[in-house]
Design a protein around this ligand. Structure first.
Ligand SMILES: [Ca+2]
Length: 229
């Protein structure tokens, strides 16, 4: 059942979101989760050896809290590769996986001419003592919109499909995930004794077939990101 671990993706029918009862109950382990203090400490992987990585902007065009949000502008014409990522990440030094990741996203433009354009959160747990056989990072992808099957094979990442193939446009959409429940369900346990946790927010495409005329385009915003318990 694909939505078991999803506390709320749509406001309607989500008691916690609709009533405001889902206000963050704990300190936010993410810094600048509302993007009101510029880019730091959010970062991207845009560099010559990673041409599939784009960047992010801090925007005043949209905001669900304060005056700014994270803007992800995705255009396959800006990438030479079959994968393109507009995204931002933040590292949190913690030995324990926080329980809850929540926030809001908004899609202003969604123009996929490919079956693998999507919006996701990725949570990476580094150096978990109980998952050493998997490798340095145990990963969970929380797909908010765009795809309902894994976009590629990857040994240390599992996918939760938590949203529609076609995202609703022009509205802030809340999300909240119980990370303990998600990791337990997808990996069989909650990673412990961590070095750190990395959170990605991404709009991206994979497996783009330019020779077949495929293209990708999207304009996505994130705001009010909260990682805590
Ligand atoms: Ca904000």
């Amino acid at each position: 059942m694909r939505a078991v671990g999803l506390l709320c993706v749509v406001a309607l029918g989500c008691a916690g979101c609709a009533t405001g009862a889902a206000a963050p109950p704990s300190p936010n382990l993410l810094q600048n989760g509302s993007f009101e203090q510029g880019r730091e400490p959010w970062f991207d992987f845009q560099r010559p050896e990673k041409p599939y990585w784009g960047s992010f902007e801090i925007s005043e065009a949209q905001a669900s809290a304060g005056r700014h949000s994270l803007q992800l502008s995705l255009d396959s014409g800006n990438f030479p590769t079959s994968t393109g990522i507009a995204g931002a990440a933040q590292d949190v030094a913690t030995a324990r996986l926080p329980r809850r990741l929540s926030g809001r996203y908004r899609v202003e433009r969604w123009e996929p001419d490919t079956p693998t354009q999507y919006i996701q959160l990725v949570v990476m747990a580094f150096d978990a003592s109980n998952f050493r056989q998997i490798g340095a990072s145990l990963q969970l992808s929380l797909i908010l919109a765009g795809i309902d099957t894994p976009p590629f094979a990857i040994g240390n990442r599992r996918f939760e499909f938590a949203g529609p193939r076609d995202p609703e446009l022009g509205r802030w959409i809340p999300f909240a995930f119980d990370l303990h429940e998600q990791f337990a369900r997808h990996w069989g346990g909650v990673p412990v004794d961590l070095r750190s946790v990395r959170v990605f927010v991404e709009a991206r495409f994979d497996g783009l077939q330019r020779s077949a005329g495929q293209s990708a385009g999207a304009l996505v915003y994130f705001d009010a990101l909260h990682l805590g318990d």
